[in-house]
Design a protein around this ligand. Structure first.
Ligand SMILES: [Zn+2]
Length: 235
């Protein structure tokens, strides 16, 4: 069966809540592209516009005044490559997610969940997020999800780290492995759309066939609740 064209997920919804433009593409772009291609309505939320990022292009062509708008444009282009249906910003200043009023943030995300009614929510693990903004948006989204109380919650992970879940205190049952092989071209296009961030990654700009070899076939997710899904699917 050609799952790409089957639109088997028509009417289903996925909400991904992240901190910065590029989180969605670099970490789980293959999964977003896969489910969008299968018919799911994918919404990406970026808490910030990444305006405090250290990478300003190579050679640098952005500054602190221009970077927010540039990264927003890049994120919109990346979302187009991935087939994302809608993009929202929380308009939080980059590198300050952990310092804003948490209760208010949880309330905003919960309201979004009631509006969108997602079947699947993706966000960062509050301890394994790897960056204070990631952990903070993951913690708030997890709290919002618990209040919302419907659907399935998953935490993203980086690269192949969850091939060995025991290192992080998880059993293999807690991990979902999504095969994104058919969607790596879309993921690579999304990497390239985030030009000011990916220009310093030489492999991204190699010939397509070479560049694609740097992207893993699987993306891994940690179950955030007791949802009944298989080992290879978030839905
Ligand atoms: Zn980030």
């Amino acid at each position: 069966m050609n799952t790409i064209n089957s639109l088997s997920l028509k009417g289903r919804k996925l909400l991904a809540v992240f901190a910065h433009p590029d989180d969605e593409s670099f970490i789980c772009g293959g999964t977003l592209a896969k489910y969008a291609a299968e018919g799911a309505e994918v919404t990406v939320v970026s808490a910030t516009r990444g305006e405090m990022g250290r990478r300003m292009g190579n050679p640098p062509y952005l500054n602190r005044e221009t970077i927010a708008a540039a990264r927003e444009v890049e994120l919109r282009q990346a979302c187009n490559h991935l087939g994302v249906h809608e993009l929202k910003f929380l308009d939080i200043r980059d590198k300050t997610v952990e310092f804003i009023d948490e209760e208010q943030l949880i309330g905003r995300i919960e309201a979004m969940m009631h509006e969108i009614q997602p079947d699947v929510v993706l966000t960062f693990h509050e301890k394994l997020g790897g960056h204070p903004d990631h952990c903070a948006i993951g913690k708030a989204t997890t709290a919002a999800f618990r209040r919302y109380g419907q659907g399935a919650l998953y935490f993203v992970s980086f690269g192949d780290m969850m091939q060995q879940p025991g290192k992080y205190g998880y059993t293999p049952d807690a991990i979902v492995q999504v095969d994104v092989q058919e969607h790596l071209k879309a993921k690579l296009a999304a990497f390239r759309a985030h030009r000011c961030q990916s220009e310093l990654m030489e492999w991204v700009w190699q010939r397509d066939d070479r560049a694609l070899r740097n992207l893993g076939r699987y993306e891994y997710f940690i179950r955030g609740n007791e949802s009944q899904t298989g080992k290879d699917s978030l839905f």
